[in-house]
Design a protein around this ligand. Structure first.
Ligand code: ADP
Length: 167
């Protein structure tokens, strides 16, 4: 079976990520979205929440699974029996970083190939970071994320606002 992993922070998963996972699911027999537990980023969702939101978002894709992982993504690929690692490329933001990471991963694990898919035109500008900023300011994010994610963001920022007001 040709298995691919799609690793990332997914804090939270967006329609941009979902587009990449959907297309990867047509190229590989099985795709495992790997939710990295400790990215060097400010997270608003726990690993369990990020996994659960990703699972709900890909429930309609029978050959896509979601698992948390810790440590190197190439080791996660090995554990999953994957020969490929999928990444999404936005026009301006991603190439240099993805290129460096792909070179390093190739050195660490030559048997795993990185497969980059171009981000969908309508999600080129979309990042989890920008999404969180807009959601925190009560902006409309409904057509940028799967429904469970929109609801989770609203709950999260409503809870934060209530804490700030009462605290
Ligand atoms: P990381 O912290 O590794 O950048 P992310 O969760 O932000 O993880 O993203 C995981 C992967 O999805 C990366 O390859 C990233 O470039 C890609 N990606 C992020 N946003 C989008 C988007 N809007 N469209 C397509 N791919 C995206």
């Amino acid at each position: 079976m040709t298995i691919a992993i799609y690793p990332g922070s997914f804090d939270p998963i967006t329609n941009g990520h979902l587009g990449i996972a959907t297309r990867a699911a047509k190229l590989f027999e099985k795709v495992v979205i790997g939710v990295y537990d400790k990215p060097n980023k400010h997270l608003i969702f726990t690993t369990e929440e990020r996994v659960e939101l990703a699972r709900q978002s890909v429930a309609h894709l029978p050959n896509v699974a979601v698992e948390p992982f810790t440590g190197l993504s190439v080791n996660f690929a090995k554990t999953m029996g994957a020969r490929a690692m999928v990444r999404g490329l936005r026009m301006s933001a991603d190439f240099e970083r993805e290129f460096d990471m792909a070179m390093m991963n190739k050195k660490l694990s030559p048997q795993v190939d990185v497969v980059c898919l171009m981000a969908d035109l309508k999600y080129q500008f979309l990042s989890s970071t920008l999404l969180k900023e807009v959601a925190s300011l009560s902006g409309d994010i409904d057509d940028l994320v799967p429904k469970p994610v929109a609801e989770a963001l609203r709950r999260k920022y409503l809870a934060n606002r209530n804490c700030t007001e009462t605290g």
